[in-house]
Design a protein around this ligand. Structure first.
Ligand SMILES: Nc1ncnc2c1ncn2[C@@H]1O[C@H](COP(=O)(O)OP(=O)(O)OP(=O)(O)O)[C@@H](O)[C@H]1O
Ligand SMILES: [Mg+2]
Length: 234
């Protein structure tokens, strides 16, 4: 089933228009990567999908339902999890409790054991206050929270920012695993190498518009990275 479709999505902060007509469609089981320079509108796109922040025009359908006028928590209950760029844990709650809070928001959460199987790093920290963890470890708690919710559409905003290379690979594996379970993953990333490894389709956003879309192999061969991102991979 189609997890997401936007048609002519436009977003505004006050009078400033940040998104200029985004058409984006994503199926379940597919990893869609969003690339783009700083300030291109990537975070604004995810926030627009979640009903957070900017005023939006245009149409958005998530898991078959129009989200026009829906509050963020209603959108989440459709089966959407959002992992913001500045992942925020509840610092005083333990890691376990942080995961439980997310799990409580859904009917049939993923068992903790299953989460620890893919994120073994957090097991020794389960009873520590989440605020005492390093930034990278807090990112993993954010991913654990998303995993617990068994969402059908997962929106991740630069989940590997600041992670050491081994953990970046691990996050990539988790994303692929979720896709194999049928989840549609929309991942905003600066890590082009990771995107080339895990994405089924890539969209390049520039100044609030999708300037290019295609599979990873075409991204390299068409030299679009060079053109839109200033990244010379060849
Ligand atoms: N709350 C806000 N109020 C006004 N303008 C904003 C707000 N948030 C973002 N903007 C502006 O909207 C544009 C897009 O910002 P956005 O955060 O979506 O970019 P981004 O692609 O996520 O960038 P980055 O790679 O740095 O995370 C920028 O020009 C930014 O200054
Ligand atoms: Mg951003």
């Amino acid at each position: 089933m189609e997890a997401l479709r936007t048609t002519d999505l436009r977003a505004f902060y006050g009078k400033a228009q940040v998104l200029h007509g985004i058409d984006l469609a994503a199926e379940g089981g597919v990893v869609t990567a969003i690339l783009g320079r700083n300030g291109a509108g990537k975070t604004t796109l995810l926030q627009s999908l979640m009903g957070l922040g900017p005023r939006v025009e245009g149409e958005t359908t998530i898991l078959g339902q129009s989200t026009a006028g829906m509050a963020t928590d209603t959108i989440a209950r459709l089966g959407v999890a959002y992992m913001p760029q500045d992942v925020r844990v509840f610092p005083k709650l333990s890691v376990r409790e942080n995961i439980q809070v997310a799990a409580h928001s859904v009917k049939s959460p993923r068992p903790l054991r299953e989460i620890l199987d893919v994120l073994p790093e957090i097991e020794p920290k389960l009873d520590s206050p989440a605020g005492t963890l390093s930034g990278g470890q807090q990112q993993l708690v954010g991913i654990a929270r998303s995993l617990s919710m068994r969402c059908r559409l997962l929106l991740m905003d630069e989940p590997t920012e600041g992670l050491m290379p081994r953990l970046v690979t691990q996050v990539g594996a988790i994303v692929r695993r979720l896709a194999s379970e049928g989840v549609s993953v929309i991942i905003v990333e600066q890590n082009v190498g990771l995107v080339l490894d895990i994405a089924d389709v890539i969209h390049i956003v520039e100044k609030g518009q999708i300037k290019w879309q295609g599979p990873p192999d075409q991204l390299v061969s068409a030299q679009v990275l060079d053109r839109y991102m200033g990244v010379n991979v060849l």
